[in-house]
Design a protein around this ligand. Sequence first.
Ligand SMILES: [Zn+2]
Ligand SMILES: [Zn+2]
Length: 353
Amino acid sequence: MYNAKAYAAASEKSPLASTTIARRDPTPNDVQIEILFCGICHSDLHQVRNEWSGVMPTVYPCVPGHEIVGRVTKIGTGVTKFKVGDIGAVGCMVDSDGTCANCAEGEEQFCPNFILTYNFPDKHTGGVTYGGYSDSIVVDQRFVLKVPGNLDLAGAAPLLCAGITTYSPLHHWGVGEGKKVGIVGLGGLGHMGVKFAHALGAHVVLFTTSPNKKDDALRLGADEVVISKDANEMAKHAGSFHFILDAVSADHDINAFLNLLRRDGNMTLVGAPEKPMAVSSFNLLMGRRSLSGSIIGGTVETQEMLDFCGEHNITSDVEVIPIQKVNEAYERLLKSDVKYRFVIDMASLKKEA
Ligand SMILES: [Zn+2]
Ligand SMILES: [Zn+2]
């Protein structure tokens, strides 16, 4: 074991603060990474404040962060995928059983025994896993991805959660040329959805409640912007969409969007509003429409997404901050005051004692 610098919350009421945590020394299949950048995901805030106590109670100290990009500093004797000096990336998972049907197909996000990057039992240390708000991390090579050399590393970090969360359903539901695709909400997830759907060749319509987001949406790749509160504007698109990606986490009426799907169209949810949603059956019966969910992606698809980003030069629009501003960033995140993702420059952690 060795000591790593990190930012952790000591309790659900505590701000994140500088501390030291124990990490394992690399075992034969492990890659040790010096973390250069780590994105801030809304999940980090939920976990730090124990807002998911019903499903995933937080164990303190909690070190969040699952949008990790860094440089390989050490490898185990069995590592073939990376050499020292390479750039590696880690997303929401760091382990899985490797034996179930989901793992066999590279869909580890559905493995009943997956291990998330933070706040999950760590079989090596006996405690819980610690995430990317740290100067280093040690991860099995199976869960370390390669980042194309042309991508800006700060902008690439959010691809590991916000990126794969939106890419996976677009890919699964066959979004491409000749398809009319809607993206609901222009935040951390939605702005990636717009970029991907555009790069895949679809006709992209961004739905937002804020008229002031129109210019940005067009710049990011939307062909049209529809103000979803405007019933007349919505009605013009009735029955026309092949696919709609709903990236909104706040409570909202999904029936207004289901009604815009054409025959056999699908709407997939990637946000998780707190309250159960009402669905009018008729909106599904008429036109044999379907409603689905999706969560991150497996290692195979995550690598495919990163390679796609390399080919199309896609990264997230980010605001880079030093780690000393992380608590302030959380407050701004709650007000959606970021375009469109905060990323921590981990060099700033070196200043801490
Ligand atoms: Zn996330
Ligand atoms: Zn499995």
